[in-house]
Design a protein around this ligand. Structure first.
Ligand code: ATP
Length: 361
C-alpha cells in the first residue's frame, strides 16, 4: 500500500505479509511511517493505493469496529469516571453473544491474568502508570481479537516497568497466540519481543526478517546502522585491488570479501563495536602489527558497569573524522589518552556500496 497526505508520502509501496500468530515489530526513525501503517491496518486511515487484507478478507472499506482488531496506544485513554472493572468491560460492550454474567466472568479472568484483580473497583486515577497500562491492555484483549495493534504502548513507563511489561506482553502474546503488529522506536523492544522486525525509513520498507538476521545480515547501510546498540561503525573509503583505503586506514580484504565487492570502488566499511578487539600496545610500539591491526588512541571511555564503550581515533587524525567506538568487558581497564592495538577480524567486516548503501558483503 501507499499512503499520501497531500505532498507527503508517509508510506510508499509497502508490501508485507504477516503470518497468523506472528509478533511483528515495525521500527524506524521518527516520521518513517510506522504509525501511519498501523493506522491503515486499523482503519483509522485509508490507503491512497493498495489493499489491506486480514484473514484473507479485504479491509479497505470496512470500519475499524468491524475489523476484529484491538488497539493499544501510547496515550491509553482510560475513562476516568469508570472503575477498572467498567473500563475493561467496556471493551466487550460492542460484542454480541455474551450474557451479562459471561461478561463479568471474562473481565475477572483477564484481570487475574494481568494481576490487577485487586484493583477492579478503583478508578484509574488511583492506579500507577504501569497499572493503568495494564488496564488498557485488559480492555484490548478482553474481546479476544484476531489482531493486536500496538503503537508504542510502553513509552510512557519508566525503565523498570517497561522491562517488566515487555516480558508480560510477550507472555500474553504467547498465551493468546494473537497476530500482533507492534510499533516502537525502542531497539530492545524490537529485538527481544518480535518474531520478525520490519525496518522502515522514509516510508519505505528496508528489510524484514528475524532479529538476528537483521543484526548479522543487514541488507543495507541503513538497517546496519539502525539495528545494534551501540551502532555499527562506518568508515568511508576506496577499494582497489583488494585493499580498502580511507584517509587513515588501510585494510586488506580477504578473498571472500574481494569476491563480493568485485570492482566496486567507493565503499563503506562497517564494523560492529563488539567485533573490535583491543590489546595493549606491545613493547616495540607499532612495529610488528599484523595486517588487520591498527594503532589507535583512546579518546573517551564510557563505563557502563558490565561493559565499556571505548571511543578511539587514529593517532594522526587531529580532526577525529574517523572516530570509531568499541565495546570491552567492564573488567577491562582502558585509560583515555593511551595508545592501544585494535584488531578487526575479516569474518566480522561488512562492506556497503557507498553510492546505493546496498550491502556487498
Ligand atoms: P513517530 O515515530 O515520530 O511517531 P512514525 O514513524 O510513526 O513517526 P508517521 O506518524 O507514520 O511516522 O508519519 C509519517 C509521515 O507522514 C510524517 O512525515 C508525518 O508528518 C506525515 N503524516 C502523518 N500523519 C499525517 C496527517 N494526518 N497529515 C499530514 N501528514 C501526516
Amino acid at each position: 500500500m501507499t499512503k499520501r497526505f497531500g505532498d507527503t508520502t508517509a508510506v510508499e509501496d509497502l508490501s508485507l505479509d504477516i503470518p497468523d500468530s506472528e509478533f511483528l515489530v515495525l521500527v524506524g526513525p521518527s516520521g518513517c511511517g510506522k504509525s501511519t501503517t498501523l493506522r491503515c491496518i486499523a482503519g483509522l486511515e485509508s490507503p491512497t493505493e493498495g489493499s489491506i487484507y486480514i484473514g484473507g478478507e479485504h479491509m479497505n472499506y470496512r470500519v475499524p469496529q468491524n475489523r476484529d482488531i484491538a488497539m493499544v496506544f501510547q496515550d491509553y485513554a482510560l475513562y476516568p469516571h469508570m472503575t477498572v472493572r467498567e473500563n475493561i468491560r467496556f471493551g466487550l460492550e460492542e460484542e454480541s453473544g455474551y450474557t451479562s454474567e459471561e461478561r463479568d466472568a471474562r473481565v475477572e479472568e483477564i484481570a487475574d491474568l494481568l494481576g490487577i484483580s485487586s484493583m477492579l473497583d478503583r478508578n484509574p486515577d488511583e492506579l500507577s502508570g504501569g497499572q493503568q497500562q495494564r488496564v488498557a491492555l485488559g480492555r484490548a484483549i478482553v474481546r479476544d481479537p484476531e489482531v493486536f495493534l500496538m503503537d508504542e504502548p510502553l513509552s510512557n513507563l519508566d525503565a523498570e516497568l517497561r522491562a517488566q511489561m515487555r516480558t508480560e506482553l510477550q507472555q500474553l502474546q504467547n498465551r493468546f497466540d494473537v497476530t500482533t503488529v507492534y510499533v516502537t522506536h525502542n531497539q530492545t523492544e524490537a529485538m527481544t519481543m518480535s518474531d520478525r522486525i520490519a525496518v522502515l525509513n522514509k516510508g519505505k520498507l528496508q528489510q524484514v526478517g528475524e532479529p538476528l538476521e537483521l543484526y548479522h545480515a543487514p541488507e543495507n547501510r541503513f538497517v546496519a546502522g539502525f539495528i545494534g546498540e551501540p551502532s555499527m561503525n562506518f568508515v568511508e573509503g576506496r577499494h582497489r585491488n583488494g585493499t580498502f583505503t580511507s584517509e587513515f586506514f588501510e585494510y586488506p580484504f580477504d578473498s571472500g570479501i574481494r569476491d563480493d565487492v568485485g570492482d566496486t570502488s567507493d565503499v563503506v566499511l562497517g564494523v560492529r563495536p563488539e567485533d573490535i578487539d583491543l590489546k595493549r600496545l606491545p613493547e616495540g610500539g607499532s612495529s610488528g602489527l599484523a595486517d588487520h591491526e591498527f594503532r589507535m588512541t583512546v579518546s573517551v571511555v564510557e563505563p557502563h558497569g558490565d561493559r565499556n564503550v571505548v571511543h578511539l581515533r587514529h593517532p594522526e587524525d587531529a580532526s577525529e573524522s574517523e572516530t570509531i567506538h568499541a565495546l570491552t568487558p567492564g573488567t577491562t581497564v582502558v585509560d583515555a589518552g593511551t595508545d592501544v592495538v585494535v584488531s578487526v577480524d575479516p569474518d566480522t567486516v561488512h562492506v556497503f556500496d557507498a553510492a546505493t548503501g546496498e550491502a556487498l558483503h
